[in-house]
Design a protein around this ligand. Structure first.
Ligand code: GLU
Length: 378
């Protein structure tokens, strides 16, 4: 199986791993952690660090036990992000590594020009042996445009840079089986993320970080579908990064699900925001699942949302499951007119002869695992 660059990896570390109980950065841990990252970089790996912690660290500095509003959490992030980068800078300098700060919002993945700019910057940083440290730009990303959690952000970044490996470091040793309400045995390897695996993750959202097992499994789904290896492991276990890369039996390893698709398709499939929804009939659904066909008007039942030509839309089957994501050639109003119709009639209906495909197969990313009811457009 062809995969992303094996020397390039994305490491995501969560707030709870970086901070102590009072929300202060755990400097001893950070020293140990940055040493591990530096060792990888010195041995020729291209490392991207996705680091949470800004909000929590900012809260501690401002003496806030709780944030009472979005504004307050954005202000805390603004304070904390500076403190976070300050300490990383200090520690990486001791390891003779230069770092860069990159703050992203979800739109940066949706708008192709911004996506390409971010990618070019990252690739240039790799050439210069710099470790980019990424976080969500919490100060400006209001609820509706948020990634929501850094697990999702890290998965998107994995696709952005074609990394072959994504490592989630958290305060648990991986995904565990359940025994009643207790945690059972750790699962070493997951070949495919089935609904049962999703259920094992349960729900866990702590007061200071957005993520939990569920968001990690969602992130793992995105990254493995893009062809990457994903690990969830305890960031506090000794020398954890090297051990994961040496294939020691630590953490939970999710195997890649797909061939490494070309960048454009991956960008479409991983885009965190879609602008509309096209519902297809069973005939089109089966044709698309064969992975070789474009989406034609004949199989379209409805177009929902107010998308434009060139936007990304979700393609759902009659059961409401999202089966694909694609870049559309027509806007929603046009598709409503063209649905169920053969392309030879397009000229007559629209007054111009556009593409015969609504979504060309080169612009269509078919999911291996269908997702349920994720988009609501009217
Ligand atoms: N971006 C947030 C922060 O730096 C963390 C989000 C998350 O915990 O996933 O505080």
């Amino acid at each position: 199986m062809k995969m992303g660059s094996t020397k390039r990896l994305v490491v995501k570390v969560g707030t709870n791993t970086l901070t102590d109980k009072s929300g202060l950065l755990d400097k001893q841990y950070l020293r140990e952690f940055t040493k591990q990252l530096a060792a990888l970089a010195h041995s020729g790996h291209e490392v991207v660090l996705v680091s949470s912690g800004a909000v929590r660290v900012g809260m501690a500095r401002l003496g806030l036990k709780k944030v009472r509003s979005l504004r307050e959490s954005q202000a805390a992030a603004a304070v904390g992000q500076g403190l976070l980068i300050d300490i990383y800078n200090h520690l990486f300098q001791q390891e003779k590594i230069t770092i860069a700060q990159i703050l992203l919002v979800a739109d940066d993945f949706r708008v192709r020009s911004r996506y390409l700019n971010a990618r070019n910057t990252l690739f240039t940083l790799f050439e210069k042996k710099v470790i980019p440290i990424i976080n969500e730009n919490d100060t400006i990303s209001a609820e509706e445009i948020k990634f929501g959690d850094n697990d999702n952000l890290a998965a998107q970044v994995t696709g952005l840079v074609n990394a072959g490996t994504l490592i989630f470091l958290s305060d648990v040793a991986g995904l565990h089986k359940r025994e009643g309400h207790e945690l059972g045995e750790r699962i070493s390897e997951i070949k495919m993320i089935t609904p049962e695996i999703g259920e094992l993750a349960g729900k866990s959202i702590s007061a200071h970080s957005r993520g939990g097992m569920t968001t990690k499994i969602d992130g793992a789904r995105i990254a493995t579908e893009g062809g990457a290896h994903v690990f969830i492991a305890n960031g506090r276990e000794e020398n954890i990064l090297a051990r994961l890369l040496a294939n020691d039996d630590v953490g939970t390893h999710f195997l890649p699900q797909a061939d490494w698709r070309d960048s454009r398709k991956r960008w479409i499939g991983m885009s965190s925001a879609v602008n509309g929804n096209i519902i297809v009939d069973d005939g089109a659904f089966n044709a698309l699942m064969g992975r070789k066909k474009s989406l034609l008007a004949a199989g379209i039942v409805r177009a929902l949302g107010q998308f434009q030509a060139g936007d990304i839309v979700a393609v759902t089957n009659l059961k409401g499951e999202e089966i694909a994501r694609g870049l559309v050639n027509y806007n929603a109003v046009e598709i409503e007119k063209l649905k169920g119709i053969h392309s030879r009639l397009f000229l007559q209906i629209l007054g111009y002869q556009g593409n015969p495909e609504i979504v060309h197969r080169d612009n269509l990313f078919i999911f291996r695992h269908r997702k349920e009811g994720v988009h609501e457009f009217k």
